[in-house]
Structures are given as structure tokens and as C-alpha cells.
Design a protein. Structure first.
Length: 227
């Protein structure tokens, strides 16, 4: 089992919430799971939970075993001082907060549907090219078609919003926007953002003046790129 699976369980609350209690025996209600943190620090921030009728706002840390807290040296990292709930698959040791109080802990292994765990293990351990390839045939054509159309619309909306935001920043100058997007496309998948940042630091008017001379244009770009 991997922590990503536990992130999924917590983020989408794939657990029995009725009568939920912490390992310490206290009533637990999840108001907001928070937002997944993709950087260093606790796994979820801006989380809100109610423990024994007291609402807490802070971060949530997730581990396979509670003892992983010490394996990862969180006890020596002040970024974990505001953890309000420790979510683990197995609680094998008590964890204490910065004030030496036992950190409230939610153990998942007894509140998650066994069918969900079995499905996860089945997908994880199969060596298929795509984990769900053997099950795709069980989904009707309408559902698949609707899903693909929904993905397309989401992609178009996201790209449109990004362009509108950039265009607004450039004071509705379509020519400059096109110039920056062309530069971004030359960076392909790996260097796209770097290429776009490169030309964003150059005045478009200056760029147009240097277009008549290939040497001047190369010098401008190489110089801006610190090369």
C-alpha cells in the first residue's frame, strides 16, 4: 500500500464517517479535508475538523504507520507543529505534538470498505499496460463518450481561462500574446515554461527591431537567457 492511496481516501472521504472516533476515543467530525499539498510540509492544509465539540483548523499529516512520523523526522520540523490530526492506516505508536500532548489520530484500517482496498490492490499489483484495461469493456459506450466530451470541455475551458488571464495582463495585446505562446511552443513539453519566461523578459518592441538581423536577434535571446 502507498500513501497516495491514503491521500485519496482522505481527500474524497472514502471511509465510514458515521460515529467516527480518533484512536484516543474522541468523537471526530470532518468539516473540510483541506487542500492537498504538493510541496514539502504536511499533506493537507486548511483542514477543519471537530474533535469533542471543539473545532480545529490546521494541517493534516498522513502516514501508512504512525511511527513513520519519526522515520521522516517530523518531530524535529516546526512545519508540523500545527498538525491537528494524524491520519494513518495503522496506529503502532503514540505521537506527541510540540506541547507534548498526544496528537489526535485517525486509524483508517477499520473504517475503510474492504472492497475498496481489494480493488486498489488488484489495480496496483496487476502488470497491465493500463491498470484498468480489463474493466473498460464493462462500461457502456454512452458513459465513455460523455466522459471524453466532459474532459474536452474542461480542457478547453482551462486553456481559454489561461489565455484570457494572460491577455488581460498584456492589456489585450494579441500580437504579444501570440509571440509569447509561439516561444512557449518551441520549448516543447519540457522547456515550455522556460522559453515563455525567456521572451517575457524582452520588450516586444525591442524584439521587432532586432528581427531584421539574425545575429542581433540571436544575441538578444542568448543574452536574455544568460548564455
Amino acid at each position: 500500500m502507498q500513501e497516495d492511496f491514503l491521500h485519496y481516501i482522505w481527500q474524497y472521504q472514502k471511509l465510514t464517517t458515521l460515529g467516527l472516533k480518533t484512536v484516543q476515543g474522541n468523537d471526530l467530525q470532518v468539516i473540510s479535508v483541506g487542500e492537498l499539498n504538493t510541496n514539502s510540509g504536511p499533506d493537507f492544509y486548511n483542514s477543519r475538523v471537530v474533535i469533542c465539540h471543539q473545532e480545529w483548523v490546521g494541517t493534516v499529516e498522513i502516514h501508512l504507520k504512525a511511527s513513520d512520523w519519526f522515520v521522516h523526522q517530523h518531530q524535529n520540523d516546526s512545519a508540523y507543529d500545527n498538525v491537528i490530526l494524524h491520519v494513518v492506516w495503522e496506529n503502532d505508536v503514540d505521537i506527541f505534538d510540540a506541547n507534548q500532548n498526544i496528537l489526535e489520530t485517525l486509524e483508517l484500517k477499520d473504517v475503510v470498505d474492504e472492497k475498496l482496498v481489494a480493488s486498489y490492490k488488484s489495480l496496483l499489483w496487476k502488470k497491465n499496460w493500463i491498470n484498468c484495461e480489463n474493466k473498460i469493456q464493462t462500461i457502456d459506450e454512452f458513459t465513455i463518450s460523455f466522459w471524453k466530451e466532459k474532459l474536452l470541455i474542461r480542457r478547453l475551458v482551462r486553456k481559454t481561462n489561461e489565455l484570457q488571464s494572460q491577455l488581460s495582463y498584456l492589456k489585450n495585446n494579441w500580437e504579444v500574446l501570440l509571440f509569447q505562446l509561439l516561444a512557449k511552443s518551441f520549448g516543447l513539453k519540457i522547456n515550455a515554461s522556460e522559453f515563455q519566461l525567456l521572451v517575457q523578459g524582452i520588450s516586444f518592441e525591442v524584439f521587432k527591431k532586432e528581427m531584421s538581423s539574425q545575429i542581433s536577434l540571436e544575441a538578444l535571446l542568448f543574452g536574455q537567457g544568460n548564455l
